[in-house]
Design a protein around this ligand. Structure first.
Ligand code: CO
Ligand code: CO
Length: 306
C-alpha cells in the first residue's frame, strides 16, 4: 500500500494470494484494573488488522513499566489480560520488549494476513453507500469522567465491555458480505475518522447525529461539561471541513471525542446493508447501526444532520 492515504495498518504483498498486514499501538492505562487494561489495549491493537479485512496471526508485547515503583505482579496481570485477548483472537503472542518507564504503557505489534484482492482501505467509499457503526460512542467522555471522579468505576462497566470487545465479528461480517471501505474509530473520534474516509475517496459523508448509538450517560456527562481535550483538538483540525448544521454543542463534541478500541465504521453499498447488519447481529457486535450516507463531494467533506 502507498503512503498517500492514512490507512489503519501497513500492507506488504508477498505473493499474488498473500499479503501481510502489520500494525502497532500502545497507550497508558484507561482503567484501574490491570487485567482489563491489558484486554482493552490488546483488543485495540488487533483492531487495525480487522479494519483492513485481515486476519491477525501473531503478536508481540510492547511494555513500558515503572518496575522501580510498582510491584511486578501488576505487569503480570496486564500481560495476562493481553494474552487472553490474543488467544480469543486465535493469535499467538511470540514475545515482546519492555523498558522501564515513568508511566505504564502497553500494547501489541500485530501481524495479520489478507488476500491482496480483498484488502479493505479507508479510501474507497462510493457515492450511494450507507455508513454503519459497530460499537457505540462515548468511552472517551466516560473514562475521563472516571478520572475526574464524576462517576465510579462501576459506572464504566458498559464502556469496559465495549472497549474489550474484539472487532473480529465486525471484520468477519464485512469480509463475508463485501464492503467498499472501512476504518476503526480511535483517537480522531468518529468525525475525524469519517473525515479521513471522505478525503480518501473524495466524497462527502452525511452523518445522522441522532442515529449514532451512545453509551449510557455519555450525553448527560457531556451536558455537564465533561469533555476531553481530544474533542476540541479534533474539532479544531476539522474546522471548515465540517458542517455542524443545527446540532448542539454536546453531540458535536461527543462525535469528535477520541475513542479507545472503538468499533468499525463501514461504508457498504445500500443493497448490501441489510445483509451486513444481519451478519453483524449474528456475530453479536455491540451495535450495527446505519448512521450516515455517502454523497458526491459538496462544499463540506462532512455534514452533520440532526
Ligand atoms: Co485504526
Ligand atoms: Co492504530
Amino acid at each position: 500500500m502507498g503512503t498517500e492515504n492514512n490507512d489503519d495498518a501497513g500492507v506488504y504483498k508477498i505473493s499474488d494470494t498473500l499479503a501481510l498486514v502489520q500494525t502497532v499501538d500502545f497507550f497508558p492505562p484507561v482503567v484501574d484494573d490491570p487485567f482489563i487494561y491489558g484486554e482493552i489495549a490488546a483488543a485495540n491493537s488487533l483492531s487495525d488488522v480487522y479494519s483492513m479485512g485481515g486476519k491477525p496471526i501473531s503478536c508481540l508485547n510492547i511494555v513500558g513499566f515503572p518496575d522501580d515503583k510498582l510491584p511486578i505482579e501488576i505487569l503480570g496481570e496486564i500481560l495476562k489480560g493481553g494474552l487472553q485477548k490474543a488467544n480469543e483472537a486465535h493469535t499467538s503472542v511470540l514475545g515482546g520488549h519492555s523498558v522501564r518507564d515513568k508511566e505504564i504503557k502497553f500494547g501489541l505489534s500485530v501481524t495479520g494476513t489478507v488476500h491482496p484482492d480483498e484488502i479493505i482501505t479507508n479510501a474507497n467509499a462510493k457515492v450511494g453507500d450507507v455508513l454503519i457503526l459497530t460499537k457505540p460512542i462515548g468511552v472517551g467522555i466516560l473514562t475521563s469522567a472516571l478520572k475526574l471522579k464524576k462517576i465510579k468505576e462501576d459506572g464504566l462497566q458498559q464502556a469496559i465491555k465495549v472497549m474489550s470487545e474484539l472487532n473480529e465479528g465486525a471484520g468477519d461480517a464485512m469480509t463475508s458480505v463485501g464492503v467498499n471501505s472501512a476504518t476503526d474509530i480511535t483517537g480522531f473520534g468518529l468525525l475525524g475518522h469519517a473525515f479521513e474516509m471522505a478525503t480518501g475517496a473524495n466524497v462527502t459523508l452525511n452523518i445522522f447525529a441522532n442515529k449514532v448509538p451512545l453509551l449510557d450517560d455519555t450525553m448527560a456527562l457531556a451536558k455537564k461539561g465533561c469533555y476531553t481535550r481530544a474533542a476540541s483538538a479534533n474539532l479544531a483540525y476539522l474546522d471548515k471541513k465540517l458542517n455542524t448544521g443545527n446540532c448542539d454543542d454536546s453531540i458535536i463534541k461527543i462525535l469528535a471525542d477520541a475513542q479507545t478500541s472503538g468499533g468499525l465504521f463501514i461504508s457498504v453499498s445500500a443493497d448490501k446493508a441489510d445483509q451486513l447488519i444481519q451478519r453483524l447481529n449474528d456475530n453479536r457486535t455491540s451495535c450495527a447501526e446505519i448512521i450516515g450516507e455517502v454523497t458526491e463531494k459538496t462544499e463540506f467533506m462532512l455534514n452533520l444532520i440532526s
